[in-house]
Design a protein around this ligand. Structure first.
Ligand code: AKG
Length: 235
């Protein structure tokens, strides 16, 4: 992944761009998603890099659908931690064959790297979505439970994080519980998250708020995902 796409993205962000932290009007932590169809560099990386084939191997899935991309930027001086959360409860996807690749565009030291609770995707727990900042989501799904206070009880969990270079990636399941520290480095911390689903993925309309919302989807609960929004890349 190059940096050109990210520059193009934030020169002309989508309606989904969110700013979580500002200082003197300078944006420090912000994100955007679902722009692959208009940013050629994103599309090329998501479709034509070796990620779909790695996704197929790691998910043990013949089929690979693109789910979406998500770009998260913490500028130098960003002091916000990304709260502990589990992606799947925000997503309109059921199933276990799915994967996110967190791909940094900058050198990442351990104290700036996202943190993952080892094997938490096997807990078979579904946690209420956590808003990155501000109040919690208003419409809550009663099937989900509140996420425990991990930040203040880290000693109770096996937490993994890594030193990374641009070109490396962390692969994790949509059910993996994760968060990220503030940007403790002297550089930007830009990350491109590439998300794919596999053979067992089906559509689910969550009872609570979903992110991304995919407002134009025509799928019904239980449908396979294959459609223009979630194109099949490998089969
Ligand atoms: O980059 C971050 O701060 C959080 C990343 C994340 O939550 C994700 O990629 O799912």
């Amino acid at each position: 992944m190059g940096r050109k796409g990210i520059i193009e993205n934030f020169k002309n962000p989508s309606k989904y761009k969110c700013v979580y932290e500002k200082n003197d009007n300078i944006e420090l932590f912000y994100d955007d998603y679902c722009n692959w169809n208009r940013i050629n560099e994103y599309k090329d990386f998501l479709f034509n890099s070796n990620l779909p084939s790695i996704a197929s191997q790691l998910m043990i899935s013949k089929k690979v659908n693109l789910f979406h991309e998500h770009v998260l930027i913490k500028e130098k001086g960003s002091r916000k931690k990304t709260p502990w959360h589990q992606d799947q409860s925000y997503y309109c996807v059921n199933g276990k064959q799915n994967i996110s690749f967190w791909c940094p565009l900058d050198i990442i030291k351990k104290n700036t790297c996202p943190e993952y609770i080892s094997k938490s995707h096997k807990w078979t727990k579904q946690f209420l979505p956590t808003k990155f900042f501000g109040n919690s989501y208003e419409k809550l799904d009663s099937e989900f439970e509140k996420i425990p206070d991990i930040e203040n009880n880290k000693e109770n969990y096996t937490i993994e994080s890594y030193e990374l270079n641009p070109g490396d990636a962390i692969a994790f399941n949509f059910a993996t519980v994760h968060g990220a520290p503030e940007n403790n480095s002297d550089n930007k911390r830009r990350a491109f998250s590439a998300r794919y689903t596999g053979d067992d993925a089906t559509y689910i309309k969550r009872k609570g708020e979903m992110s991304p919302p995919f407002p134009n989807l025509k799928l019904k609960n239980g449908d396979i995902l294959d459609c223009e929004t979630f194109p099949v890349i490998l089969n």
